[in-house]
Write a protein that binds this ligand. Structure first.
Ligand code: GLN
Length: 451
């Protein structure tokens, strides 16, 4: 808490601090002790964590970075939060994000802009920018983030921390305020691969409250890390669409190439592969994601909960004003886009087409995994960019997700691993490791050997 007091004025990672609750919880834990079965059942006993403000927390305000939910204090915990608490974690507070997780820099938050701890006038990435900045600045040992199109991996790369986007269905989305339900996943953002393995083991697994959560056993990820000391026999796919030098900042290209060279020294073989539909991923994503968002965000109507405009004269005006004043510009843009692509006469041309492209992208990955065990590439084309640099051009902002988005469309797991600082920028560089569905164990092993 002292560290938060010292650093928050310059980092601004938190939307809501929960100092009181955290202290009370910690005192109570000191009083009762962890019990005889700890650490087996309570592997996070007393570990202070921070939670992205899109996950509900009982008794702690949950804003989703939006004015719409400024006054919303949930009466229940998200399943992932429940599992963290059951494992003994202490929640320090809720961290900043782009409004409803729409963005790549955390500049779309209705609350504040969060600084990148490595360079205070650079963005921390987004939408889980508060999570990444808090962990990088050691305000909390780890964070939960969410990833719909890169929001765990990209901020992790910009802030030099580990970020894991699990396979779709690996972690229950119960209590995650939905952005695009067929893409959203919750995952850990941590200081080491070992910590990511530990957190994933705690939060993963079937939950009857989320019908899309997978009913399959959760491997003992931390124990499995010890089973691999090198990368002998591992085939790493190198997609030509990710490694083309044009459009890739030299710092990023060098950092990632050094990491794959190290992998080869440790016994891996790099094989060239192609994911030919990559150029269509951003376009398909922004159709699918906005379509789902327009539907999910229909519930914020000023009637049931959240912000309500008090001046409206009739019901329609109340809806309109509440949504116009409660939602920020980017959220409104996406609701309009999503409503448009789903509307009669346009559905076949846009939404259906995007769904078809999505299938082709999935097939690209299936074909690639016939020839390799994991796929490596940069997380982002550049290191962290400056605040305000891309805010005036939404398309420029959308293109920052070019390497992260296809993974969500395919539902696969991806690990963002810090691979050092760029020689020119002095800023962190991240490399992604993709794997087949439910092979988080393999990604964590490879990441652990390389880190
Ligand atoms: N930047 C992407 C978007 O704005 C991804 C966000 C996310 O993963 N939540 O939609």
């Amino acid at each position: 808490l002292d560290r938060m007091d010292a650093l928050e004025p310059s980092i601004r990672a938190f939307v809501t601090r929960a100092d009181e609750q955290a202290l009370n919880q910690a005192r109570e834990m000191d009083r009762v002790g962890p019990g005889a079965d700890s650490p087996a059942t309570k592997p996070l006993w007393g570990v202070p964590l921070v939670i992205k403000d899109v996950l509900t927390t009982r008794g702690i305000r949950t804003t989703c970075g939006s004015k719409m939910l400024d006054n919303f204090t949930p009466c229940f915990d998200a399943e992932a939060v429940t599992r963290l608490r059951d494992a003994g974690a202490v929640i320090l507070g809720k961290v900043n994000m782009d409004e409803f997780a729409m963005g790549s820099s955390t500049e779309n938050s209705a609350y504040n802009t969060t600084a990148n701890p490595w360079k205070l006038d650079a963005v921390p990435g987004g939408s889980s920018g508060g999570s990444a900045a808090a962990v990088a600045a050691r305000m909390g040992f780890a964070a939960l983030g969410t990833d719909t199109g890169g929001s765990i991996r990209q901020p992790a790369a910009f802030c030099g921390v580990v970020g894991l986007k699990p396979s779709y269905g690996r972690v229950s989305r119960y209590g995650l305020v939905a952005y695009a339900s067929s893409l959203d996943q919750i995952g850990p953002m941590t200081l080491s691969v070992e910590d990511a393995a530990l957190l994933l083991r705690v939060i993963a697994g079937h939950d009857p409250k989320d019908s899309t959560s997978a009913d399959r056993p959760v491997p003992d990820y931390p124990a499995l890390l010890a089973e691999r000391a090198d990368l002998a026999g591992l085939r790493i796919g190198m997609p030509e669409e990710f490694w083309g030098e044009d459009g890739l900042e030299p710092d990023v290209a060098e950092g990632c190439r050094q990491a794959t060279a190290l992998a080869e020294e440790l016994g891996a073989t790099c094989v060239p592969i192609s994911l030919p539909h990559t150029p269509y991923a951003v376009a398909a994503y922004y159709v699918v994601a906005t379509a789902e968002a327009s539907s999910n965000l229909a519930r914020f109507d000023g009637v049931r909960y959240g912000f309500r405009d008090k001046d409206a004269q009739d019901l329609i005006e109340m809806y309109r004003n509440s949504r116009s004043k409660g939602f920020g510009e980017e959220v409104q843009r996406r609701i309009m886009l999503g409503t448009y692509v789903l509307s009669s006469g346009y559905y076949d041309a846009y939404y259906k087409k995007a769904a078809q492209v999505r299938r082709l992208i999935q097939q690209d990955f299936l074909a690639a995994f016939e020839r390799c065990d994991v796929i490596c590439g940069p997380v982002t084309p550049t290191t962290a960019f400056g605040m305000g640099e891309k805010t005036s051009d939404p398309l420029q902002m959308y293109l920052t997700d070019i390497f992260t988005i296809s993974l969500n469309l395919a539902g696969l797991p991806g690990l963002s691993l810090p691979v050092g600082l760029g020689k020119r920028s002095g800023l962190p560089v991240g490399m992604q490791i993709f794997g087949p569905a439910f092979r988080e164990d393999l990604l964590l092993q490879v990441g652990h050997v390389l880190e």
